[in-house]
Design a protein around this ligand. Structure first.
Ligand code: F0G
Length: 455
């Protein structure tokens, strides 16, 4: 079938304000040409993130009404705990208000200055938390990932040779190894079960724990089912259970594959880690049976986690990304291939080769998408990752990408057709686009609040 079958009916709608191109150009100007400074209601299609932006199901909303707000040992906590235990089989379970809270308490309790944390790719907040604790966050992504257009099914895999070398030379400094599924930073690319197993057997040689960043574990399980030999007949739940059986601990943002608007967790098998985490959690997030969340949120997360493992849902989810990617590839638009699990990534350096990196081609493309069609995407390029050399010259980021992240269960096939049309229109006038200069920037994380001006 060519048509995407959305496996849900829409019971409640949220209006999208339609604003004219002239108005969008004015709004962007008022936002100093930085889409992070736009009002969300001025974005007709908001693809800034897939985190916390999904639509909850009728069942989740019903669960919200049943939320038990007791401080300790609530019914909603029991449901949250038993759902996560079913999926992961892991002994100790702690809720947190979102993913980075779990990362921050993990770093606080297990990481010390001088440590080294290998990962396939750290997400920004994971890296920041490990570095804040004084460790070096090391990305050891597989070779295949460096070629953006190469069709390789598991481009999120850990580089086994590099991990082996790293463990051999530095094992005393490594409190744990992490692996992120799917690899958000590298295009939402999955990690294979075979790779997870190889990583497991390597860390076992040094008795080092393995921690999963499980934000998009259900999307990863779908890739394993559809692309890895031996898994086609397995249920997504079985695959998820196998993934978690290979790790000792995990952090998760439930704003992704928890299909919730807020939430997270930390889980582990080690009793000593659990004790230390629990004490830090009580001090900073809340009592261990709510961990910074309302009882109603625990309900929404517990229900959402199982809905994310529905094959119909994952089939639809992946079809949206594949559908859009296929149309863009057919039109010759440079994109990251193959389709990842939560977003389409445009290659702005190839899209706008006439704009030098010092003029931020990813931002030029993001802003053009907004002016053309009211789409808000995010630039993953030199504005976000670039650094300055001693003389103040820009050291550009390795890639200039634009991430169009898809909120879960929010947009229909018509919206995806619209997005394709907008990208194609911008492609048609790409030679007319120009870059940007920084007018004002803060010392850290400048992409969020910098003021820009057209060259
Ligand atoms: N790990 C990964 C792989 C993530 O993608 C994110 C969030 C986090 C951890 C942190 O979770 O936001 O709940 O604190 N990613 C979002 C994004 C923000 O847009 O990719 P959080």
């Amino acid at each position: 079938m060519q048509t995407i079958f959305e496996p849900f009916r829409i019971k409640m709608t949220e209006p999208i304000k339609v604003i004219s191109k002239e108005e969008r150009i004015r709004k962007l100007h008022e936002a100093h040409h930085n889409v992070f400074l736009l009002n969300a209601e001025d974005c007709m299609i908001d693809l800034l993130t897939d985190s916390g932006t999904g639509a909850m199901s009728a069942r989740q909303w019903a669960g919200m009404m049943l939320g038990d707000e007791s401080y300790a040992g609530s019914r909603s906590w029991k449901k949250f705990e038993s759902t996560i235990r079913t999926i992961t089989g892991i002994k100790h379970i702690f809720p947190t208000h979102q993913g980075r809270a779990a990362e921050s308490l993990l770093a606080l309790t297990q990481v010390k200055p001088g440590d080294l944390i290998p990962n396939n790719s750290h997400f920004d907040t994971t890296r920041a938390n490990m570095e804040y604790a004084g460790a070096e966050a090391l990305d050891l992504i597989c070779e295949e990932a460096s070629d953006l257009e190469k069709e390789f099914p598991f481009k999120g895999n850990m580089h086994i040779g590099k991990l082996q070398d790293c463990l051999e030379s530095h094992h005393e400094k490594i409190p744990f190894v992490m692996i992120t599924v799917t690899n958000n930073t590298g295009g939402g690319q999955p990690v294979s079960m075979a790779n997870l197993k190889e990583v497991r057997s390597l860390v076992d040689q040094y008795n080092i724990p393995l921690v999963l960043d499980a934000c998009r574990f259900a999307e990863n399980a779908f890739f394993i089912k559809t692309q890895e030999e031996g898994y086609a007949q397995k249920e997504l739940l079985d695959i998820a259970q196998e993934m978690f059986s290979l790790v000792d601990a995990a952090t998760m943002s439930l704003k992704k594959d928890g299909l919730a608007n807020i939430g997270g967790f930390f889980i582990c098998n080690q009793d000593d880690w659990a004790e230390q985490f629990k004490n830090a959690l009580i001090l900073r997030e809340g009592f261990p049976t709510y961990g910074g969340l309302a009882g109603r949120d625990l309900e929404a997360c517990a229900i959402g986690l199982l809905e994310a493992l529905s094959l119909d849902y994952q089939t639809y989810r992946h079809a949206t990304i594949q559908y859009m990617l296929d149309k863009l590839i057919k039109a010759g638009i440079p994109v990251v291939r193959p389709a990842g699990g939560h977003a389409v990534f445009l290659d702005a350096a190839k899209f706008l080769p006439h704009i030098g990196k010092v003029h931020f081609p990813a931002i030029a493309l993001v802003n053009a998408l907004y002016c053309e069609g009211g789409i808000r995407a995010v630039g993953l390029g030199s504005l976000m990752f670039g650094k300055y050399d001693a003389s103040g010259g820009l050291i550009p980021a390795p890639h200039e990408l634009v991430r169009m992240a898809f909120p879960r269960r929010v947009y229909t096939q018509s919206h995806f057709d619209y997005m394709v049309e907008v990208v194609l229109n911008v492609w048609g006038k790409r030679s007319e686009l120009s870059g940007y200069l920084i007018e004002k920037e803060p010392p850290f994380l400048r992409h969020f609040s910098a003021w820009l001006k057209p060259v």
